[in-house]
Design a protein around this ligand. Structure first.
Ligand code: PLP
Length: 461
């Protein structure tokens, strides 16, 4: 199995992540544990900028914080001179608390509430990305009331959809995101923004999907977007200064995956934009991108402890770990595929096919189905890679499991960036209505017998 990202194997066969030994991390912070490698994150931020700049002079990379949004991560992205894409009041709050200047923030979301829009206008976010006409009108009203200039991009639905290897130019407008180019809604939005008193139209935006491994759908989408930019110029004599092509850059979940070729992306996209500007006599806009998974996906590893093994001869061997769908919902949600490594014995040759199951009360709570591992036993540590994006940010408390801790590792040092939740945290916001607290109907029970559990009360002989 090819190692990539932050994962190495020490001479004694133990997995090291960002220079930290897996057993040490498990001992110091417990499992399940999300481990984020700072060096990988910084490298990805720089790679993205360098690659675009190699082919185009005017770019902006904004980290899509939905992939993994914490104070430390927002600070890191800011330190790397990335802008930040937020899509909720909570992400905006986190970014501001982390010290990200509001003007570096793009505010997304297909259903921003009045309260969220007011918050964004009050703090002065750099760009609102308008997703629908209702939002546009509300934003226009709020900006007028606050007497604040608000710079906006309009999110287009270019009619191109991409899912990993496949992509289709659907021409369809059936999506909750964005304003249709084909049905004229996007142009209506342009007209309304230009007519509004306080909104300033900076550019257009498109995001066509996630985990995209192929450059072609981006090229198609960029062509549609640039035609739209040309149409705006022709119709209103207005030059859009920004073309935001969103995120979606695919990463490796398994060592056999081929991630999106970044340089190829940058080259082809720049070419489309340059050519389109040339033929339509437009000024070169700033190209913006919003990678989330690309920045943090491969930087993340999750460490589990094997708790139990159940062998059903001839059918399946289940290796059960102390986490599951609450900190990795992607398998259940998207049938995502991962590889596992026995972290305390990573050099041992795989010898049997097993399936790694989570501990939640769902038959579908599996982490890896049918993978080859060496013989394992309870107490062994299991690592799953590429868990940096959409894992912690999608984590839940299903079954009242506490969400794991997250550590940031760098050159052998591990710092806690999110504490493990405690049982006390779990009930901290629970309330018991007074009528229940006072004993309710008085019928409390049933009681289990004081000494030993017996079925006698339920099933008389
Ligand atoms: C508007 C927008 N930008 C950027 C992203 C980031 O996508 P990814 O993490 O796949 O790069 C998303 C993800 O849903 C998005 O909706």
């Amino acid at each position: 199995m090819e190692l990539y990202g932050s994962v190495q194997i020490a001479e004694d066969g133990e997995l090291k992540i960002g220079g930290c030994r897996a057993t040490r991390l498990a001992k110091d912070f417990g499992t399940p544990l999300h481990i984020m490698d700072e060096d990988v994150i910084r490298t990805k931020c720089r790679e993205m900028k360098t690659s675009l700049l190699k082919h185009y002079p005017n770019i902006l990379v904004a980290y899509a914080s939905k992939a993994f949004c914490t104070l430390a991560m927002c600070r890191l992205a800011h330190e790397e001179a990335l802008g930040l894409d937020v899509c909720s009041g909570g992400e905006l709050f986190t970014a501001l608390e982390a010290g990200v200047p509001p003007e570096n923030i793009l505010f997304h979301g297909n259903c921003k509430t009045r309260q969220e829009i007011e918050m964004g206008v009050r703090v002065g976010v750099g760009r609102f990305v308008i997703d629908n006409l209702e939002e546009l009108d509300l934003l226009s009203e709020i900006s007028r009331r606050f007497r604040r200039r608000v710079r906006v991009q309009i999110r287009l639905n270019p009619g191109v959809e991409a899912h990993t290897h496949d992509y289709i130019k659907t021409g369809l407008i059936d999506s909750k995101f964005g304003l249709g180019v084909i049905d004229g809604q996007a142009m209506t939005a342009v007209e309304r923004v230009l007519a509004s008193e306080y909104l300033v139209l900076e550019g257009v935006h498109s995001h066509i999907g996630s985990q995209i491994l192929n450059v072609e759908p981006y090229v198609l989408a960029a062509q549609v977007v640039m035609e739209f930019v040309g149409d705006v110029k022709e119709k209103y004599g207005y030059g859009l200064r920004e073309v935001n092509l969103g995120g979606g850059f695919g990463v490796r979940y398994k060592s056999t995956d081929t991630p999106l070729q970044l340089d190829e992306y940058s080259r082809r996209i720049s070419q489309v934009i340059r050519e389109s500007c040339h033929t339509q006599r437009l000024d070169l806009p700033c190209i913006m991108v919003e990678p989330g998974r690309y920045i943090v996906g491969e930087a993340g590893t999750t460490l589990y402890t094997i708790e139990a093994i159940k062998n059903i001869p001839g059918i399946r061997k289940y290796v059960m770990v102390d986490g599951g769908m609450s900190e990795n919902p992607r398998v259940t949600l998207y049938q995502a595929k991962y590889e596992a490594i026995v972290a305390n014995r990573a050099l041992e040759q795989p010898s049997e096919i097993v399936s790694i199951a989570g501990k939640h009360c769902e038959e579908g709570d599996m982490l890896v189905v049918d993978t080859k591992l060496p013989q394992v036993k309870p107490g062994d540590l299991l690592a799953i890679r590429t868990t940096g994006a959409y894992h912690y940010s999608m984590a839940s408390n299903y079954n009242r499991y506490t969400r794991p801790a997250v550590v940031l590792v760098n050159a052998g040092v591990a710092d806690l960036i999110i504490e493990r939740e405690s049982y006390a945290n779990l009930i901290a916001r629970d309330r018991i209505p007074t009528r229940l607290a006072q004993g309710g109907t008085g019928e409390i029970g049933p009681h289990l017998p004081a000494a030993g559990i017996t079925n006698a009360r339920i099933a008389p002989a």
